[in-house]
Design a protein around this ligand. Sequence first.
Ligand SMILES: C[S@@+](CC[C@H](N)C(=O)[O-])C[C@H]1O[C@@H](n2cnc3c(N)ncnc32)[C@H](O)[C@@H]1O
Length: 320
Amino acid sequence: MQMPLSLQQAVERELGGASAQEVRRAALALSRRYREKGAPDGESFLTSEAEMRAYAVFRMPGTYAALVRALELGCAAGLAPVRTLTDVGCGSGSALWAVRTVFPGLERAHLLEREAGMLALARRLFAGETGCAADFAQGDMRSAPLPPAELVTASYALGELRPEEAEALLPRLWEAAQGALLLVEPGTPEGHARLRRWASALRALGARVLAPCPAGTQDCPLGETDFCAFTARVERTRLHRFLKEGERGFEDESFAFLLAAREAGAPPPGRVLRRPRVHSGFVELTLCREGAVRPAKVTRRDPSFKRARKADDGDPWEET
Ligand SMILES: C[S@@+](CC[C@H](N)C(=O)[O-])C[C@H]1O[C@@H](n2cnc3c(N)ncnc32)[C@H](O)[C@@H]1O
C-alpha cells in the first residue's frame, strides 16, 4: 500500500528547503523521545516545524496504511460507506486521506488538532483536493466541540492523553459518532490494553464492536501478557528510503484498533491474529473465534488450505 500520489507529492513539496540531514535529525529526535518517555501524557511532542515535517515523511505513510487496513477490515464486518467525518488529534491528516481512499464519496470532514503548525500542515497537504469540504479547527479534543459525523476517528491520538482524560472523552466521541467510531493505537501491549478498556466502556454505552473482535466476543480472551495487533505493509518511496537509510522497499506498520458502531453489522465468526506461518504442506494460524484464541493447523487436504496460505493477520476467518 502507498499513500495517494497527490499526497506523496504534497509531502515532498513540504520538504522544500529542508535538507535530508535536518529532516532525519528531527525524526530521530522525535522517535527517541517517544521511545524514552512513551506517550506524552498530556504534553506535546510535536512542536518544531522540522518535527512536524518529519512526522509527515516518516509516520504519515504508516498511520495512513493502518487506517486504510482498519477501515477495510471494518467494511468486511459491515461498516457502511460514510459521507461525513470528524477526526480528533488529526496531526498531518492521515485519517482524512485514508477515509477518502476507502470511501471516495466522503463529502465533508472536520479535523481537530491542538498544534497550530500541525494543523496548518494538514491544511496545506489537502489544499489541492476537490470534492470534499474539509475544515481544520485548532482546539483541544478534551474540550472542543465535536461536530456529529457518520464516522468519528482518533488515530494514534487518545493514547497521548492521560488514561482518565481519554476515558472521559469516550462518551463525547461516541455521542458524535452517528454511525461508527474508529480508534487506532500503536500495535503494542499498551496500545491493545487501552483499546480493551475502551471497548468495555463503549459497550456499556450501547456500542457494538464490528472489528477486530469476532462475532459474539464480549470479553477479550487474551491474557494480560498477550496482545492483539495487526500489520499494514507500506511501500517506501525513493525519498522515504533515502531519508530512512533503509534498504528494504517496504515497512510494516504494527497497529491495534477498535471499530465500534451503532448497528450490529456482520462481524466474521473468526479472525486471523498473527502472521500465518506457511510450511510446505501446512499452514499454522492463530485464530480468535468462539471467545478463545487457539492455534490451528491447516493441511493440504483441508478445503481452506489455499485461503490459509494467502491469509494475512487481521483477515476474517470462516471454516469451510
Ligand atoms: C501521534 S499524532 C497522530 C496524528 C494522526 N492522527 C495520525 O494518525 O497520523 C497525535 C496528534 O494528536 C495531537 N494531540 C495530542 N493531544 C491533543 C489534544 N488534547 N487535543 C487535540 N490534539 C491533540 C498531537 O498534537 C498530534 O498531532
